[in-house]
Design a protein around this ligand. Structure first.
Ligand code: ATP
Length: 423
């Protein structure tokens, strides 16, 4: 944890509306300290003279509205200050959303803003979502963060969609506090692997959010902020339209792509406010490999906690104790489908799986559904396990689980996603 004495120390003086950007080198954590003034990291205010640690691969920016002095200890891969940032645009979006919340809280509107952030990969969508949720929380709002990015979500492991009520800004080091997120199984890291299922789960999230708003006035007034994937063409684009319609969004923020902005304006009703904003020059492009590693880290963190704070459990399950399913049967020619069944139903079909060696390393969602007769596709999940071994002779499955046995439910859904537990 602690850095060696004699590590490189760099000081930076930032004038108002400037930011310090840095990327952390492999195996070299970096410590950040605010020496004087005010500064924030993606919407979360820094405490003066507190040392924040950033781990391998982290890319971040410290922004100041008023000016500040900062200190970095350790060796950064990259560190530089920038004057050109889109933060004023982003602050204006926040102000407009807050205005809508005020109108709603006065009773002039029955609900607050529902905003969606869209754009291609690596434009800072998740960062803007974090910023907007953070600013809202700082004003005492309780915004619902809807995470539709099944590849790099901030709320739950890859292969899932989720909803989280944000009570306070994200922790500078750890991200959002994940108390009671509502999580749904999808099973893969790209919506395209089963777009029918993806759209179905998005509709489900919208229904649940609407119900939450009916029961909780504060949630209704605060509204939601939706994060999306970077897949903005073809079926990916249609999935965005579907989500905008399902959530009845009022505001869409398009980052960095005029074509997408024009298409959305063409295809959505005029009352949806669509704005095109620039991306920050600081957003780092991430390689396929980097994305794969961060997905792995997200799964590891689910089981082992942030910086290894948890101790997961390993135990055996008898094949007969659990029921394992996969959602979606392989596509078959329309002429071969049973009478009256559409390809769509095929993609939503709950197919039983016989455990075998090919299940090893797969992540399984523990569904809240009681049995296949329940609406499995739309049931939320209690958590996840990873299969570490399968003994077909003895009919046993060994799993890694965050909690000791027994599992809270026995219906498990297979993901395409694998995790090799090296600890
Ligand atoms: P995805 O393609 O996964 O949807 P995205 O568009 O959501 O990506 P982000 O995850 O928000 O993009 O940002 C990509 C990376 O850039 C993150 O590691 C983030 O911390 C970093 N980043 C964002 N803004 C800045 C900035 N102003 N300066 C430095 N790094 C930044």
């Amino acid at each position: 944890n602690a850095l060696q004495a004699g590590e490189a120390v760099q000081k930076f003086k930032l004038e108002k509306e400037m930011e310090l950007r840095f990327e952390v080198e492999p195996r070299q954590p970096l410590l950040l300290e605010l020496l004087c003034g005010f500064a924030e990291v993606f919407g979360t205010e820094l405490t003066r003279n507190k040392r924040y640690r950033f781990d391998t691969g982290a890319k971040a920016a410290v922004f100041t509205w008023h000016g500040c002095e900062l200190q970095l200890t350790g060796r950064a891969d990259v560190s530089y200050t920038a004057r050109e940032t889109p933060m004023l645009f982003y602050l204006n979006v926040h102000a407009a959303l807050e205005q809508m919340r005020r109108t709603a809280s006065r009773g002039d509107e029955d609900r607050g803003p529902r905003a969606m952030v869209v754009g291609p990969t690596d434009v800072g969508k998740s960062t803007l979502v974090r910023l907007l949720c953070g600013y809202a929380a700082r004003l005492g709002r309780r915004v619902t963060l809807v995470e539709m990015d099944v590849g790099q979500g901030a709320v739950s492991p890859p292969g899932t969609l989720a909803m989280l009520s944000v009570e306070r800004p994200a922790d500078v080091e750890e991200g959002f506090s994940l108390q009671a997120p509502l999580v749904y199984h999808f099973g893969s890291t790209t919506p395209g692997s089963n777009i029918k299922l993806y759209n179905k789960v998005v509709s489900r999230l919208a229904d649940v959010f609407n119900r939450r708003c009916e029961l909780n006035r504060r949630a209704a007034v605060s509204g939601c902020i939706i994060n999306t994937t970077g897949w903005v063409r073809g079926a990916g684009y249609h999935a965005l339209i579907h989500a905008a319609t399902a959530f009845e969004v009022d505001v869409i923020i398009v980052l960095d792509q005029e074509r997408l902005f024009t298409e959305l304006r063409r295809d959505l009703p005029h009352f949806v406010n669509i704005v095109l904003l620039p991306k920050s020059g600081g957003v780092a492009a991430r390689s396929k490999e980097f994305r794969r590693e961060s997905r792995d880290d997200a799964i590891r963190q689910y089981f082992y906690g942030f910086r290894g704070a948890f101790f997961p459990h390993a135990f055996d399950l008898r094949f007969t104790d659990v029921k394992i399913y996969k959602i979606g049967a392989p596509a078959i020619p329309a002429s071969c489908l049973p009478l009256g069944m559409s390809q769509e139903e095929n993609q939503l079909k709950v197919v039983p799986i016989t455990p075998g060696r090919d299940l090893v390393h797969h992540v399984l969602s523990v569904s809240m559904a009681n049995g296949p007769q329940d609406n499995v596709v739309e049931a939320n999940v209690a958590g996840f396990v990873v299969v570490t071994a399968v003994d077909s002779d003895r009919g046993l499955l060994t799993v890694l689980s965050p909690a000791p046995r027994p599992l809270p439910q026995t219906l498990l859904l297979v993901m395409d996603i694998r995790f090799v537990d090296l600890k």
